[in-house]
Design a protein around this ligand. Sequence first.
Ligand SMILES: NC(=O)c1ccc[n+]([C@@H]2O[C@H](COP(=O)([O-])OP(=O)(O)OC[C@H]3O[C@@H](n4cnc5c(N)ncnc54)[C@H](O)[C@@H]3O)[C@@H](O)[C@H]2O)c1
Length: 336
Amino acid sequence: MKLLITGMAGFIGHAVAKRLSGQGHEIVGIDNLNEYYDVSLKQARLDDLAANCEDVRFIKMDLGDRVGMAALFRDQRFDRVIHLAAQAGVRYSLENPHVYADSNLIGHLNVLEGCRQQKVKHLVYASSSSVYGMNAKTPFDTADNVDHPVSLYAATKKANELMSHTYAHLYDVPTTGLRFFTVYGPWGRPDMAIFKFVKAMFEGKPIQVYNHGDMSRDFTYIDDIVEGIVRVLDVIPQAGAARPGDVATPDKSAAPYSLYNIGYGAPLSLMDFIRALETATGREAICEYLPMQPGDVPRTWADTEALLQATGYRPKVGVDEGVARFVEWYRGFYNV
Ligand SMILES: NC(=O)c1ccc[n+]([C@@H]2O[C@H](COP(=O)([O-])OP(=O)(O)OC[C@H]3O[C@@H](n4cnc5c(N)ncnc54)[C@H](O)[C@@H]3O)[C@@H](O)[C@H]2O)c1
């Protein structure tokens, strides 16, 4: 198959490209290499792909480039698209709202249009656990209503799901949205807690612990996310899986449209997570306790039953193993 991976210089995009390489596919990846975080890490991921994956090709492109994106889809004729490029980060969206509209709304529309025009057989795209917003019922289920986001980032991800449903219905573009839960692992993002904590711990600096440590997350190891994406790629939603007139739930539709959570499936308290980091680094964390951050949610927990039913897969890497692998990568990559 000919595959497009958007956001290939990113944390998840790089891992997906590496996993799909060597399986007889032709893989094209795009990314705009923006400066939201250290560009040299993005470049290092691309260098890693260039050195190890002959079947992967990179094109520098911005999702917002309407003409360029249309030409890319027209010239390359992708069978399937894995759309991971986005402006990520909850906190950054408080200060920089417009880039979320540009990359996540206009960018997503350009991907949908490309899929529509070129009759792509399956669009798999990244949504986020942040869409659950103010929901208190746990575990979070894709059948739950998610109309109460608490950040613009979350609102753009929910909008992506709505836009995708529309294209699935109107133009028969099969779309699958994946709500990822706090992803961590080697080659991870410098703006995320695990990276910041490990860096500070090796430098002997304090770590910022929000909501005075009263938080929990469904921490999900990168390999589990990648396995979920790869399996879902072959589970193409069919039109008519639910009939018009059926009682609608947010994740079921007569259009060829699916939604899944990909999370480990169990919440872990932030303080237990920090203890796992202390064990893996051999350093003690100096905690600076701070109030809850605007835009943040106190806990996340994925119901993974639908993913299991559809793909036979349930994420399985526990936090001790996952954190140890991250720290091992960090030490090697940054020479500490
Ligand atoms: N990492 C997580 O915990 C997590 C959780 C939930 C959802 N997600 C979603 O998963 C996807 C991948 O996340 P990630 O952690 O790999 O983030 P990342 O920032 O490492 O990767 C995203 C990549 O997209 C690129 N990009 C951003 N805007 C672009 C644009 N306009 N045009 C072209 N490229 C652009 C960036 O340069 C980056 O390399 C994102 O959609 C993110 O919102 C991630």
